[in-house]
Design a protein around this ligand. Structure first.
Ligand SMILES: C[S@@+](CC[C@H](N)C(=O)[O-])C[C@H]1O[C@@H](n2cnc3c(N)ncnc32)[C@H](O)[C@@H]1O
Length: 351
């Protein structure tokens, strides 16, 4: 935040400014809340009033003028000051927030609710956001819809830039799991040269886009059931220049046609993922890999994944190549992804 203030500057020729400014800084004479000015020939260094009579300042040419001042307080400090009219509110107001482009998302303590519009306005002002939303109760339902309340502003579409990908979406309609960043990065780093990939839960292109853009995949069939997410998936494939690789499909992934054609299948969904495994096993070719996501109690993950794949394709019909934690999900529960290679010997699965 910039404002103007009258200060006294030491006017120093540009060609000698470097060492002179370093010396003034070293001695603590420079007003760090005011900006150093410059023109073609001089630097204008704001000096704290108490040092105007000290060496070497008093030997320098001094001029008075307006300086842009820098508010060096943290956003949290500025928010606390703006909320100070309501006793106790600053203590319970959010100290952290999430940016999605120029939209800010907050989680509000119940005590903040009577002041939510004012909070929205203040956070927008201090953080320079066009819109401020409150995440009311996370995501829910088959489409993992967020429940967001707009506190300030009207525009709810934003672009999130991550690892060279532009994700456009509406924060009030579509989820975005910030905690899955590492997994999105891993998809970007895979070597899928020439592969046919199926993303069964494509959303707005969370995994599809980095994989299509960077992994060398020949084709990514990206299936999404929610029309609102599908619209962004199509736009994002175009905006990221991968519309020749990505084939967006609107519908239920269990209705995808075809047998044994996919080199790799992404199952980026949790909690009911195993219900979709028969469709994945029908589409995967012998030797292909399934990235199977699900949530498990921390100590149970290996046995649970083995149990799920034993039941679906028989003991020995697959090999678990790795299991990674994507993020913590709830106390003692984590979201995991298992990379499972399907062996040619597996017994065939029912549809
Ligand atoms: C939101 S994503 C999960 C998170 C995502 N993997 C990430 O990294 O953030 C899951 C998507 O699967 C979609 N979906 C749910 N059931 C589906 C189905 N049977 N067929 C196709 N898409 C489905 C949801 O609409 C949602 O967009």
């Amino acid at each position: 935040m910039l404002a103007l203030r009258t200060v006294t500057f030491a006017k120093i020729p540009s060609d000698e400014a470097g060492p002179a400014i370093r010396e003034l800084m070293r001695r603590g004479f420079v007003d760090l809340h005011a900006k150093i000015g410059k023109d073609d020939a001089f630097r204008y260094v704001p000096i704290l009033p108490e040092f105007l009579g000290s060496e070497p300042v008093k030997g320098m040419e001094l001029v008075t003028g307006e300086a842009h001042t820098l508010d060096r307080r943290s956003p949290q400090e500025r928010i606390a000051e703006a909320l100070s009219g309501h006793p106790g509110l600053a203590e319970i107001a959010p100290k952290r927030w999430e940016y999605v482009g120029d939209i800010v998302i907050l989680r509000l303590d119940e005590g903040c609710l009577p002041y939510k519009r004012e909070i929205g306005r203040i956070y927008a002002d201090v953080l320079g956001a066009k819109t401020v939303c409150a995440d009311v109760k996370g995501v829910s339902g088959e489409f993992r819809r967020p429940s967001m309340e707009v506190l300030y502003g009207t525009e709810t579409e934003a672009v999130r830039l991550e690892n060279g990908i532009r994700y456009r979406f509406d924060v009030t309609k579509v989820m975005f799991a910030s905690g899955n960043t590492d997994e999105r990065m891993r998809m970007r780093r895979l070597d899928c040269s020439g592969e046919t990939v199926v993303d069964m839960f494509a959303g707005i292109g969370y995994f599809t886009l980095p994989l299509a853009r960077f992994s060398g995949a020949r084709r990514v069939f990206a299936c999404e059931k929610n029309p609102e997410s599908y619209r962004f998936l199509v736009e994002n494939a175009r905006d990221n220049g991968v519309e020749d690789v990505v084939v967006p499909i609107l519908g239920d992934n269990r209705d995808l046609p075809g047998r044994a054609f996919a080199d790799r299948i992404l199952m980026g969904y949790v909690q009911t993922t195993s219900e979709f495994l028969p469709a994945a096993l029908r589409m995967i070719r012998p030797g292909g890999v399934i990235h199977y996501h699900d949530t498990f109690y921390v100590g149970e993950r290996d046995a649970r994944i083995k149990g799920i794949f034993d039941a679906a394709c028989g003991d020995g019909g697959y090999e678990i190549e790795s299991i990674r934690e994507v993020k913590s999900f709830a106390p003692s529960v984590s979201h995991y992804v298992a990379d499972v290679r399907i062996r040619p010997s597996r017994r065939s699965c029912s549809r």
